[in-house]
Design a protein around this ligand. Structure first.
Ligand SMILES: Cc1ncc(C[n+]2csc(CCOP(=O)(O)OP(=O)(O)O)c2C)c(N)n1
Ligand code: SF4
Ligand SMILES: [Mg+2]
Length: 351
């Protein structure tokens, strides 16, 4: 029963987006995760964001590691390219694929065990290199797939289902991503799709390393009193700094918020993010202030969510390396063998 086929029937009246696909075309196989798992809500948010942004499924490459979270790419975008890598190694495979063909939209999906334990080295480097991607970390504070051991993001003092207290300091993946140089950093909650969908859309439009940590409760092993990653805890301690409205530039911008409450952020592709400020003084362009804010609130046991940082002038790995724009498999013999004179020129530069 690992794979359940979904009937392919579409109701003829299902709405189509601008690239003539229905929402069903963005779905994947039937999920085999536990009923109520936060990861399934994140899959639903990805489906909605891709449908509403008119993303062509065959232009997406989704990559993951190992874990319940890393299984989820099977449950969305069933018509996209997929690569389920080794535990913690998704970032290097994604980097390689992106270098070979920059014309696809790269979606990395991982868990807190996958990214903050075995894969922490790869996580750090994919952020600092500025790989153009949307990296979604489905954070439940445990290794769900291997039956609920504490992960490196579990808060110190939080309790396991059996009552064991975690004595280790947590790794805050949002702070780590900021420090490593990610140019778009956000945190969402799987129980708040209204906040999460526009965050995913904004990350898709961002031309650089976009990181979204999504607190995603594990109902089987980490949803009890004493856990800081349970539905109840996150609902009670959610400290949203802003709400995004994602606007295609073709749309008319209509805002009915009071002056000073909204920041307009224009992205490279011309799309606009309207940031509704929930905290008057929070400025997502100020990285140091963002880091301080996150740390201060974390110390109080609060979970800061929203768009935490964005660099409007982000550059990606290809810009840093000045690589060729065409996918490597489309280069012909002429480009690949430019001749003795060109080789001599290169060698001269290295002498
Ligand atoms: C090299 C290697 N080490 C250990 C494992 C065992 N293992 C499988 S999934 C997993 C942790 C998954 O945790 P997380 O990434 O948080 O995903 P979740 O299941 O919680 O969504 C571990 C340790 C493995 N598959 N491969
Ligand atoms: S074990 Fe936890 S993380 Fe895995 S599917 Fe079940 S609820 Fe989700
Ligand atoms: Mg986990």
């Amino acid at each position: 029963m690992t794979y359940l086929a979904k009937p392919k029937l579409h109701h003829p009246s299902l709405a189509q987006n601008k690239v003539c696909y229905t929402r069903r075309d963005y779905e994947g196989r039937v999920s085999t995760l536990c009923a109520g798992c936060g990861h399934d809500s994140i899959s639903a948010a990805i489906i909605q964001a891709a449908f509403e942004m008119d993303v062509e499924p065959h232009r997406v490459a989704k990559l993951s590691g190992i874990g319940c979270s890393s299984k989820t790419p099977d449950y969305f975008l069933g018509n996209s390219h997929g690569f389920n890598t080794v535990h913690g190694r998704m970032p290097s495979v994604l980097t390689g694929a992106n270098l070979a063909n920059r014309s696809l939209l790269y979606l990395g999906v991982s868990g807190d065990g996958d990214s903050a334990s075995i894969g922490i080295g790869q996580f750090a480097h994919v952020m600092r290199r500025g790989v153009n991607m949307v990296y979604i970390l489905e954070n439940n504070g445990v290794y769900g797939l291997t039956k609920g051991q504490f992960s490196a993001t579990a808060d110190q003092g939080s309790k396991s289902k059996k009552g064991v207290v975690n004595s280790d300091s947590p790794i805050d993946t949002v702070s780590l991503a900021l420090q490593m140089g990610a140019t778009f950093v956000a945190r969402g909650f799987s129980g708040d799709k209204k906040q999460l969908v526009p965050i995913i859309k904004a990350a898709i439009a961002h031309p650089g390393a976009a990181f979204i940590d999504v607190v995603s409760p594990c109902v089987a092993f980490n949803n009890h009193p004493g856990s800081t990653k349970s539905y109840d805890y996150v609902r009670e301690h959610n400290e949203a700094v802003n709400r995004i409205d994602f606007i295609h530039t073709k749309q008319e911008i209509v805002v009915d918020y009071a002056e000073g409450q909204v920041i307009e952020v224009e992205q490279h592709d011309g799309t606009i993010l309207l940031l509704r400020k929930l905290h008057r003084d929070y400025d997502p362009h100020n990285k140091i202030a963002a880091m301080n804010y996150i740390t201060e609130h974390q110390a109080k046991g609060e979970v800061v969510t929203g768009l935490l940082y964005v660099d409007n002038n982000a550059k990606d790995l290809h810009e840093h390396l000045n690589t060729v724009a065409m996918p490597l498999n489309t280069l012909g013999a002429k480009e690949l063998s430019p001749g003795r004179a060109a080789l001599e020129k290169i060698n001269q530069r290295l002498r």
